[in-house]
Design a protein around this ligand. Structure first.
Ligand SMILES: [Zn+2]
Length: 353
């Protein structure tokens, strides 16, 4: 086979790429603070009089060469330091929603990290009111159904998480669930048993990051101790056949973030990512962007690069989009409508001319 032919075969076809871009989808693993682009960070720093340890947008972007989760988190928290007012939180979320619409995201569940802000003296109300306003406007003006999930920072103590949940109680109608993020290793789910029990008592939905860098035991813990209904990342699950069997049997979704996994060196290359195997094993895996401003792309970029690297096809596209809707916390009727919309998209694209 000539080199030219080989090259053509390895390229994602334009038709499939366009199809993936236009496909209706849900995004279930996006940290809104991780959507803050360097340009917006500098704009906010200027209007809020915050000085940054980077001379320019380019210098900041150049610092996005991470070796693991912690090296990313250090820059992530520096970037978030420019967020001070309700307008800042609104602007950040609105910029994400514009990107999401361009990628044909019709349902989005956004993580936010209140402790990153309250520990800097920014009131909880400022954070949630700014984000909530963007959620409302996205529904009205962009046709995106969105909701918020409050994440506890797992490198902090459970008492701090409990205090955050207490602060959040007056705003309980403005977020639908709680999650657990930040540095995973050394911070197992068991550390947060009490705060998640309280969240469940309040009727909140439960998710948790587990099995990104951490072992399968952290996924078991997220399920059994925290009551997680969905696992964020979960790519380490394949190391434990009994766990895989349970995740499949109980239809527990995994919100996988391929480009993030490469940037943070969870897999050496995208071609070595286990997404295809997760799908082949019958797991409810989805594609998401995690922290798109830092990890090299929004959700469609994740789809395109992963499809190319793993040579995925239309069948995978359908499974992944279906999984994204099924795994969401939308109501049963909303999920039905989303799935019908997906079927219509496939039918319309492949209708005989
Ligand atoms: Zn994440």
């Amino acid at each position: 086979m000539s080199e030219a032919v080989q090259h053509t075969e390895l390229m994602l076809s334009d038709r499939l790429a366009d199809f993936l871009r236009g496909m209706p989808k849900a995004e279930l693993h996006i940290h809104i603070e991780g959507s803050l682009e360097p340009e917006l960070i500098f704009q906010m720093a200027q209007r809020n009089g915050v000085s940054l340890p980077y001379a320019s947008v380019e210098a900041l972007r150049a610092a996005y060469a991470f070796t693991n989760l912690q090296s990313f988190l250090d820059i992530y928290y520096a970037g978030a330091s420019v967020l001070l007012t309700e307008v800042d939180f609104f602007d950040m979320a609105w910029a994400y929603f514009l990107r999401a619409r361009a990628d044909n995201v019709i349902h989005a569940e956004l993580f936010f990290d209140p402790q990153t802000h309250t520990m800097r003296g920014v009131p909880f109300a400022v954070v949630i009111n700014g984000l909530h306003r963007a959620v409302e406007r996205a529904r009205q003006e962009l046709g995106i159904r969105a909701s918020l999930i409050l994440c506890f920072l797992r490198h902090l103590s459970e008492d701090e998480a409990l205090a955050t949940l207490e602060e959040a109680k007056p705003y309980i109608g403005r977020f639908i669930g709680v999650g657990l993020d930040s540095g995973e290793l050394g911070n197992p789910p068991e550390k947060f048993a009490r705060v998640f029990a309280e969240a469940r008592r309040l009727g909140l939905r439960i998710v948790a990051h587990a099995g990104e860098e951490g072992p399968p035991a952290y996924i078991w813990g997220a399920l059994d101790v925290l009551g997680a209904e969905r696992i964020d990342h979960g790519v380490q699950a394949l190391k434990d056949p009994a766990l895989v069997e349970r995740l499949v049997r109980e239809h527990i979704p995994l919100t996988v973030c391929p480009l993030s996994n490469i940037k943070l060196c969870v897999f050496p290359t995208l071609a070595q990512h286990n997404l295809r195997e997760l799908l082949d094993r019958g797991l409810v895996a989805t594609i998401n962007s995690d922290d798109p401003a830092y990890f090299g792309g929004y959700i469609n970029q994740n789809y395109l690069e992963t499809f190319q690297a793993l040579q995925l096809n239309l069948g995978h596209a359908r499974r992944l989009a279906e999984n994204s809707f099924v795994a969401s916390f939308a109501s049963a009727e909303e999920k039905c409508r989303d799935l019908e919309r997906l079927v219509a998209y496939f039918d319309q694209t492949f209708a005989p001319a």
